[in-house]
Design a protein around this ligand. Structure first.
Ligand code: CP3
Length: 343
């Protein structure tokens, strides 16, 4: 069992810096495309044997140090009773957005084994196969709320912020229900065998710090405090969150995920004795090999004082990235971090 990733999460010394990549199982891999060609994305997410196959692909092909469960942050939102489909090109769509008390009251807090048993089954199957740790995950309540309220992806978040500012009670009630669902969902993943848990706050960065503190952070804190009893390392990734980093530390997470907009050395000073995860610009994977290796060396050096560093991209790998470029980066992280010149 390669436990380098778990050691780094706990701030323990490692022989080299572990790496995995957000969205490492996905469309940039021809092997994923081949499986996906026969199923819709949701069919794939709901078939444990297929989820296992695509979760293992980046581990086998690229040699990453952790696997992340193949699923989607919106799966438990569908289980709450919000109809969901994925549109090729437009992404996720909730055709019945949640914008009223009546719509909120119709949502349930699902039993994770009963309503999303396929996720737990995937985790149980994966643990029999994997030689690297398995990361389970969820969305953060604010990010999940944006999808439910907007009815899908958004750029300006008009409906979300309108509810926050004109009907704060309704917004907080929705956040409470999503939080209850997410907390149970992650606890079930821990029981099924997940070895670390990441909470994705993809849209936290659209909030002013005061609004993040009032409308988003308390719910992340609640989930993380509920998870303490599992003993698993918790990673909180607030995308575009450099301006929220000091507040994000108060989430209680063991590891702070960083996007590429912040210098990792600056981030290390803010997070104190917590580990950091990140944070190369996903598009920098397109650099020529020598420049890419140089950038990775600089990043490793920048993180040398971290209380644990897990190398990752600053966000998901782009779907047109050649897998060979990802492999160059992974090999470079392993090789350069084993050399004391960099760490
Ligand atoms: O490898 C992994 O990272 C594990 C699997 C994973 C997926 N989605 C698979 C996926 C994870 C961890 C997610 C998280 C997720 N899903 C997030 C948070 C991370 C982030 O990117 O900020 C969000 C916001 C979603 C919601 C979502 N799912 C969107 C907006 C989209 C469409 C966007 C797009 O790129 O088309 C998805 C679809 C999705 N989720 C795909 C994959 C592999 C592409 C589906 C396909 O095969 O067509």
């Amino acid at each position: 069992m390669n436990d380098t990733f778990l050691k780094a999460c706990r701030g323990e010394k490692t022989d080299y810096t572990p790496i995995w990549m957000m969205r490492q199982a996905g469309r940039y891999l021809p092997e994923y495309q081949k499986v996906r060609a026969n199923f819709t994305f949701l069919e794939l997410c709901k078939t444990p044997e297929l989820c296992v196959e695509v979760t293992l692909q980046p581990v086998d092909i690229l040699g990453v140090d952790a696997a992340i469960l193949f699923s989607d942050i919106l799966i438990p939102m569908e289980a709450m009773g919000a109809p969901l489909y994925f549109h090729e090109g437009r992404g996720p769509i909730f055709p019945e957005p949640v914008r009223t008390r009546e719509a909120l009251d119709r949502l349930i807090v699902p039993d994770p084994e009963l309503h999303t048993g396929f996720v737990m089954e995937t985790i149980r199957l994966l643990r029999k196969e994997l030689k690297v740790p398995l990361i389970g995950f969820s969305g953060a309540p604010f990010t999940l709320a944006t999808y439910l309220i907007e009815g899908g992806s958004s750029k300006v978040f008009w409906e979300t912020k309108k509810m926050m500012f004109t009907q704060p009670d309704l917004f907080h009630s929705l956040m409470e229900k999503i939080t209850a669902c997410t907390s149970l969902y992650l606890q079930a993943q821990a029981r099924a065998g997940a070895q670390a848990l990441q909470i994705f706050d993809s849209w936290a960065g659209v909030l002013a710090p005061c609004d993040f503190e009032e409308f988003a952070l308390p719910y992340v804190q609640k989930i993380i405090s509920d998870l303490k009893a599992t003993g698993l390392p918790i990673i909180y990734f607030a995308n575009n969150g450099a301006t929220l980093l000091e507040l994000s530390v108060q989430s209680g997470a063991d590891v702070l995920g960083l996007d590429w907009r912040i210098d990792i050395g600056d981030a290390v000073k803010v997070v104190g004795n917590r580990a950091v995860q990140g944070n190369i610009d996903p598009f920098a994977l397109m650099l020529p090999k020598d420049k890419l290796r140089q950038r990775i060396g600089n990043l490793l050096h920048g993180a040398r004082n971290a209380h644990g560093h897990i190398f990752n991209l600053g966000h998901g790998i782009h779907q047109f990235t050649p897998p060979d470029q990802a492999k160059i980066a992974i090999d470079a992280v392993h090789e350069l971090s084993a050399n004391h010149k960099y760490r």
